[in-house]
Design a protein around this ligand. Structure first.
Ligand SMILES: C[S@@+](CC[C@H](N)C(=O)[O-])C[C@H]1O[C@@H](n2cnc3c(N)ncnc32)[C@H](O)[C@@H]1O
Length: 485
């Protein structure tokens, strides 16, 4: 049944959050279901007409088991009836999805390949917004988040961004802003050609539309599309549900991964995203995110007499730069560390490539480096993946990592301390929220670092205090690699 389905993932991202539930004008209806004490939810009367409108436009039923409501996450979808795992809970045909092709042909032809799909889709949103009630998408467009409701770090002030300077999210935010500016420059001539739509369009409007697209559009074989109704689903990092697209049937659908009682909020997983990604792309964080990660960079000191030989060796054997699911790069000198579940466990989370770098770093003679190169050639070509034969050198290599991790732990502790209290009577709601999200981000990354510290410490202590020899360690490593393969 699932063979024809392609998994679509939420594209690049960004968005608003809690602020929507505080808007005074929203009328809410409190519903209690008799089947479960927990089965209570807020129906959003403002959206009563939404599903009937979309179903009429599509000419088919989209969902018979979901209703639109409000939760702490903003607009949300709730089970209106009991849902069983495996049930299809919504199905949105392509005909009512908004894709870059929906742009007016005269605008599309001018945009050409100069800008990416996010910018193109943002232009579609801007045109529909300008058309107001005359837009065929008005009921959808009017439900998109307003600028004041967006909390992606691209909307943070410089002072607010300082709170997360320690995290990679800081640099990624600057990169994202630079990309939006570049796209805006590229579309400006087109904006000028269509003053009836874009006369008053500012960079801020474009950035808002860009961010709305980023946090609500799914990438699929069809390209990038906004999927009305499905985009009211909020994120849960442990859900196994995704939005699927069926190219043959030309629809996107969601299959429940578990049972839901009437009144329960239905959640999906946008992706295996860290808090840095959730914050940058969607404007929220999770209090505890199992996908948190930290980027660790190592340098070969220039005063190292073997610096150029080490660099040459590392470059020759380095694996190509890879982008992880969060879109962040790992390269030859920067490594992604994930939480190591157990200090005594298998060491997943401390990348082998990072340990290899440290082993190369602590070599003190050309002979040692030549030995490593030969060993790599005799094995699978990868450098320094096995523990060094010289036990004290192996410990030294891991001490280099320990000291780098310790330094980062100190820096994170200082950053968290400098955040100050998350709430005070004089603080605006917006700042309190952003401070809380900064805290979630930094404490999650600190947790990852502490787990790496515990693992490295345990490894060094084991090598120092036990009779464990390097050949025992090599055997242990081979078993791990075998298990992981
Ligand atoms: C695809 S939209 C989901 C619908 C959205 N709640 C709304 O009001 O339209 C994604 C946005 O929902 C909010 N959101 C989703 N999951 C969340 C969560 N677990 N915690 C907080 N906010 C969440 C964020 O504002 C995010 O940018």
């Amino acid at each position: 049944m699932q063979l024809g389905l392609q998994i679509a993932s939420l594209w690049w991202s960004q968005c608003p959050l809690l602020a929507t539930s505080r808007r005074l004008c929203i009328r809410l209806r409190f519903i209690t279901s008799s089947s479960s004490a927990k089965a209570t939810h807020w129906l959003d009367e403002e959206c009563d007409d939404f599903l009937p409108w979309l179903e009429q436009k599509a000419g088919v039923e989209i969902s018979s088991v979901l209703s639109i409501g409000k939760s702490a996450y903003g607009r949300s979808l709730f089970a209106s009836k009991a849902i069983q795992a495996g049930d299809c809970i919504l199905r949105v045909p392509y005909s009512v999805q908004i894709a870059p092709d929906n742009a007016l042909p005269e605008i599309n032809s001018l945009l050409g390949d100069k800008v990416g799909n996010v910018a193109k889709l943002a232009m579609v949103i801007l045109v529909e917004q300008k058309m107001g009630q005359a837009s065929e998408w008005a009921p959808y467009i009017s439900r998109l988040p307003q600028p004041g409701e967006m909390h992606s770090t691209i909307f943070w002030s410089e002072g607010e961004l300082e709170m997360i300077r320690q995290s990679l999210a800081y640099q990624e935010t600057l990169n994202q802003k630079a990309q939006i500016e570049k796209d805006f420059l590229a579309i400006r001539p087109v904006l000028h050609r269509f003053p009836n739509f874009f006369e008053d369009t500012t960079f801020k409007d474009f950035a808002h539309a860009y961010s709305v697209v980023g946090s609500r559009a799914w990438g699929s074989m069809k390209g990038l599309s906004m999927i009305p109704f499905a985009d009211f689903l909020n994120h849960d990092g442990v859900s196994e549900t995704d939005v699927l697209t069926d190219e043959d049937k030309k629809w996107s659908e969601v299959i429940a991964d578990r049972n839901y009682a009437p009144g329960e909020q239905v959640l999906i997983r946008y992706g295996k995203f860290s808090n840095a990604t959730l914050l940058l792309d969607f404007g929220f964080t999770l209090p505890y995110n199992i996908y948190d990660q930290v980027q660790l960079q190592l340098k070969i000191p220039q005063h190292d007499l073997l610096c150029s030989m080490k660099l040459e060796l590392l470059h020759r054997h380095c694996t190509p730069t890879v982008k992880d699911v969060n879109g962040f790069n790992s390269s030859w000198d920067s490594f992604t560390i994930k939480e190591v579940r157990s200090a005594r466990g298998k060491g997943r989370g401390i990348p082998q490539s990072l340990r290899a770098f440290a082993r190369v770093l602590c070599c003190t003679s050309p002979e040692e480096l030549i030995d490593l190169a030969m060993e790599a050639e005799q094995n699978d070509g990868r450098l320094a993946r096995c523990p060094l034969k010289n036990k004290s050198r192996e410990i030294q290599a891991h001490h280099i990592l320990l000291s780098r991790v310790t330094q980062l732990i100190e820096e994170y502790n200082a950053s968290i301390k400098s955040l100050g209290p998350v709430n005070s009577p004089s603080m605006s709601e917006k700042l309190a929220l952003r401070r809380q999200m900064s805290r979630d981000l930094l404490t999650g990354e600190l947790r990852v670092l502490k787990s790496a510290y515990a693992w490295l410490k345990n490894y060094c202590v084991n090598l120092t205090t036990t009779n464990c020899t390097i050949s025992d360690e090599i055997g242990r490593l081979r078993t791990i690699q075998g298990n992981e393969a």
